[in-house]
Write a protein that binds this ligand. Structure first.
Ligand code: HEC
Length: 165
């Protein structure tokens, strides 16, 4: 800081006031980062560590632990979901409706993606057979069929629920 005088250069009227040395923190940072970079690269090249093997190890540990606690669930996802619906079916069609239909037909069945189901007339007919068919087989305009997911009793409950709306 005291050597300014000797470090002054004059270039066409522009005075350059050069410090003799860069500040200490700069030097430390500069060499420090070089050393860190070399050490970092060396770690990857020489230690044999790889994120992939670490991931594989974690996965196999996780899989072993998982297989010990819950082996059958993995193979039969359908068996896991079906009883959940069956349990709820005791509460009648309203519950099934809320679970499976409300997302498209609205919470009040007043329509949404699917049509209003509280109307006196249905597009595809409002007789018990026709409504059963709408639910079981689906309708081309975006109504999925539920025959694979629900049993006949559950569909009947839904039909009763809809016809009472
Ligand atoms: C993915 C959205 C979606 C879901 C979920 C859905 N519906 Fe639909 N539903 C529709 C659409 C769209 C239509 C109109 C189809 C058409 O007109 O061709 C429809 C039509 C119907 C119809 C015939 C209506 C009419 O006017 O003829 C009935 C009945 C019905 N749905 C009942 C249900 C029931 C009960 C459930 C639940 C088990 C359900 N829907 C779940 C989208 C859905």
């Amino acid at each position: 800081m005291t050597q300014h005088d000797s470090a002054q250069h004059d270039h066409d009227g522009i005075t350059e006031d050069r410090e003799q040395r860069p500040p200490v923190y700069f030097t430390v940072l500069f060499y420090g980062l070089i050393i860190w970079g070399v050490a970092f690269s060396a770690f990857y090249l020489l230690s044999g560590w790889s994120s992939d093997t670490e991931f594989q190890e974690k996965m196999s540990r996780h899989e072993q632990a998982y297989q010990k606690t819950a082996p059958p669930q993995k193979k039969e996802p359908a068996a896991v979901t079906a009883p959940a619906i069956e349990q709820k079916s005791d509460d009648g069609g309203a519950d099934l409706y809320a679970q499976l239909c409300a997302m498209c037909h609205g919470n009040e069945a007043k329509g949404g993606v699917g049509p209003d189901l509280t109307t006196a007339e249905y597009i595809h007919g409002k007789s018990e057979t026709e409504v059963t068919e709408s639910i079981a087989k689906g309708r081309p305009g975006g109504m999925p069929g539920f025959a694979g997911q629900l049993n006949d009793d559950q569909i009947e409950e839904l039909v009763e629920y809809l016809l009472e709306l």
